[in-house]
Design a protein around this ligand. Structure first.
Ligand code: CP
Length: 336
């Protein structure tokens, strides 16, 4: 199986079968063990990964770059302003050239209506695997780390686990839809029962919801929606309070043609929902052994209170962040 994954793009978990994902998780657990025992695991000696970030990153950038070093290779940390991309060089030409100089390309491009298309265009023309470091639709590396963390804290067969993904207030920036969308697509494939809570002006994309419902039917999980954060927290085993922008409220083309107007509306809508926070009162609605997950960065005091995110009996956010390293290394070692 490992041999078959060499050269495979990683743009979304949707393109990977459960058998293939199981290979990834097995490799990630093996690599985590190697990391703790300080055993060498040089799967990629002298290999080069080109990473192109159009946006900021702490976890993704460092899990990939540290991961490449630990696997025996090297990652170039590139930003679009350092490259001829800033003068309009195409995704196609960039992908052809980088794939002839190295062994993998990874990029983060979260511009709504643009990011995933950009990555697909690179993948079409690259001779080497292309990996999404997050786009406007998917964040596949985050999904893997999330599920690995669920396996560690609950069960490798998490069927029947109740996971609540709730929109939460944040005033930092309009975060992409890609984290919750990846989670609703992936978790029900493993039999997890997912509840999504969001104000009506902050829906996820309908096409993703439709795909996720199909995944739930096949995987034995379930997916339901509510506009009531309290209701979603009741009895949950895991809660994930996370802000996302109101992009899903608009048709993509309408959004791109009226971006300034849509952003203004999103800001007005956002201010209606300051009370969408994960706090002590809401945590008490959940299961008594509830765990808090969050992709981070968290908007402390808005998405979740310090009291909850710093509570070591509840919060597993730093395990989740660390697992970004082990899952990133698993994908790179199997595909590059
Ligand atoms: N969760 C995540 O992708 O974090 P960064 O934006 O810091 O990479």
């Amino acid at each position: 199986m490992s041999k078959n994954l060499k050269g495979k793009h990683f743009l979304t978990c949707e393109d990977w079968s459960k058998d293939e994902l199981d290979v990834v998780f097995n490799r990630a657990f093996e690599l985590k063990d190697n990391f703790y025992k300080e055993e060498p695991h040089l799967y990629l000696p002298h290999k080069t990964l080109f990473m192109i970030f159009f946006e900021q990153s702490t976890r993704t950038r460092n899990s990939m770059e540290a991961g490449m070093t630990q696997l025996g290779g090297h990652a170039h940390d590139l930003t679009s302003d350092k490259m001829q991309l800033s003068h309009g060089e195409s995704a196609k030409d960039t992908a052809i050239i980088l794939s002839r100089m190295g062994h993998g390309i990874a990029s983060r491009n979260c511009f709504y209506g643009i990011g995933a298309e950009y990555l697909n265009e690179m993948a079409k023309h690259s001779q080497k695997p292309v990996m999404s470091l997050q786009d406007d639709i998917y964040h596949p590396f985050q999904g893997l780390a999330d599920l690995m963390t669920v396996f560690e804290h609950f069960d490798k067969n998490p069927k029947g686990l109740k996971v609540t993904i709730s929109w939460a207030y944040a005033d930092t920036h309009s975060k992409p839809l890609s984290v919750p969308q990846t989670q609703i697509l992936l978790f029900p494939r493993y039999g997890i029962d997912v509840t999504v809570a969001n104000p009506k002006e902050f829906p996820l994309s309908q096409s993703i919801i439709d795909k996720a419902q199909k995944n739930a039917e096949i995987g034995g999980g379930s997916l339901k929606f509510t506009n009531d954060m309290d209701e979603a927290f009741e009895g949950a085993n895991i809660v994930i309070p996370k802000n996302w922008g109101g992009f899903g409220y608009y048709d993509v083309q309408d959004y791109l043609q009226n971006e300034d107007q849509c952003k203004k509306e999103m800001k007005v809508n956002l201010e209606k929902y300051h009370d969408w926070i994960c706090d002590d009162r809401r945590i008490k609605l959940a299961d008594e052994n509830v765990k808090l997950m969050h992709a981070l960065p968290a908007d402390r005091g808005h998405e979740v209170t310090d009291e909850i995110i710093d509570n070591e009996n509840i919060s597993i956010v730093f395990d989740e962040a660390e697992n970004r390293l082990h899952t990133a290394k698993a994908i790179m070692s199997l595909t590059m």
